[in-house]
Design a protein around this ligand. Structure first.
Ligand code: NAD
Ligand code: TDX
Length: 335
């Protein structure tokens, strides 16, 4: 891998993509080109503190063959993060999810095929649907696809395109499916930043339904180290699940945030549930750990959460411009 010089990162101005750009610039000497449409979820401020001579930003749509051709022509490898990523938005307007997640991935695959570019596709554990609340079963690479939402079905579709382009056209691709990420630079529409910034604003956290749904949390920096490991040592055509054994109910996460921020653990509100709300996600990442030797560095969710709370406390200038619009969208949905 270290013979590579130029890495193309789609969606590098978003939450996980920007964490990955920070990670790559800190841990390798690669040059990074970010291709990003700068939708409501993209934020150049997330890349502001980086050495500007080590990366280039191309503003453009991954579904636009012209800009994709330009970006791919100088890349040794592409890591594809760009997506419409929020389940709640996909329930209200699925169209951009089809366009970006399906047509955009297709456009990138065709360019990678023309140029012989190494391709790593970033996906989600949500393609597997959900697990029963009670039980210890976890997703593995062999679990059948069974997505629930417009978002997860378009991610499942994009994974299938990648597999077909490997088999039919010899594209040198790998896929990773990761669990829920937390950490700095996450948009305030998502669960953990929404609750932290609500509390900072003097409002109660809002939990969907009864709060019993379980998510498997991983710090975004651990996701980044896993992706670099796969880019370096992953076998072409293979899928790797990424997770850090961080299963918690939404109720437990909110209680922890409240206590860490100095409030009573029950100072939250229950609101209208999400339609089709997946019950539980849990990842078995044995393949990545045993075959490629990856280990997460953030073993302790409490500590990672504390750092994340501190980041939002000290970066109000980063999140404030998005907060009112995100809360207005939720208010319109009774959430
Ligand atoms: P995000 O919404 O924070 O960022 C998405 C980025 O993609 C933004 O910068 C946006 O401007 C850009 N983008 C959107 N449409 C585009 C287009 N048509 N062309 C170019 N750029 C476009 O998302 P995120 O949470 O950082 O997720 C990144 C990836 O990781 C997604 O593929 C998502 O499915 C996957 N993933 C996310 C999680 C999670 O917990 N957030 C977990 C597993 C996998
Ligand atoms: O205000 C809220 N209250 C609440 O109870 C919000 C915003 C969410 N929730 C619940 C819904 C979920 O059970 O919290 C959980 C997490 O919600 P999200 O942050 O919307 O994440 P989720 O739907 O689990 O999907 C995330 O992880 C997998 C990412 O958004 C996806 O891009 C990724 O694929």
């Amino acid at each position: 891998m270290w013979s590579m010089r130029n890495l193309l990162v789609t969606g590098g101005a978003g939450f996980i993509g920007s964490n990955f750009v920070h990670h790559v610039l800190a841990h390798t000497d690669l040059h990074v080109t970010v291709l990003d449409k700068l939708t409501y979820a993209g934020n150049l401020a997330s890349l502001a503190d980086l050495p500007q001579n080590r990366f280039t930003i191309l503003e453009g749509d991954i579904a636009d063959p012209g800009i994709v051709e330009q970006a791919m022509s100088t890349a040794d490898a592409v890591v594809h993060y760009a997506a419409e990523s929020h389940n709640d938005n996909s329930l209200h307007d699925p169209e951009p999810f089809l366009q970006t997640n399906i047509v955009g991935t297709y456009t990138l695959l065709e360019a990678a095929r023309r140029h012989g570019t190494r391709f790593h596709h970033i996906s989600t554990d949500e393609v597997y649907g959900d697990l029963p609340l009670e039980g210890t079963e976890r997703f593995t690479e062999a679990t059948a696809y069974n997505p629930s939402s417009p978002y997860s079905s378009t991610k499942a579709g994009s994974d299938m395109l990648v597999r077909a382009w490997v088999r039919s056209f010899g594209v040198r691709a790998t896929i990773s499916n990761c669990s829920n990420n937390y950490g700095p630079f996450q948009h305030v529409e998502k669960f953990i930043p929404r609750q932290i910034t609500n509390i900072l604003d003097g409002h109660r956290p809002k939990i969907y339904g009864e709060g019993t749904n379980v998510r498997d949390w991983i710090h975004a920096d651990d996701h980044s180290s896993a992706v670099l490991t796969i880019l370096d040592k992953g076998i072409i055509g293979q899928t790797y699940l990424i997770g850090a054994d961080g299963e918690l109910s939404n109720l437990a996460v909110v209680r922890q945030i409240l206590v860490q921020m100095g409030h009573p653990a029950d100072a939250f509100e229950l609101v209208t549930d999400r339609a089709g709300h997946d019950l539980r996600y849990a990842i078995d990442s044995s393949k990545l750990r045993n075959e490629l030797g990856w280990r997460p560095a953030f073993g302790d969710f409490d500590h990672g959460l504390e750092q994340t709370i501190e980041w939002y406390r000290s970066h109000e200038d980063w999140w404030r411009p998005q907060k009112a619009a995100a809360e207005a969208r939720y208010a319109a949905q009774g959430q």
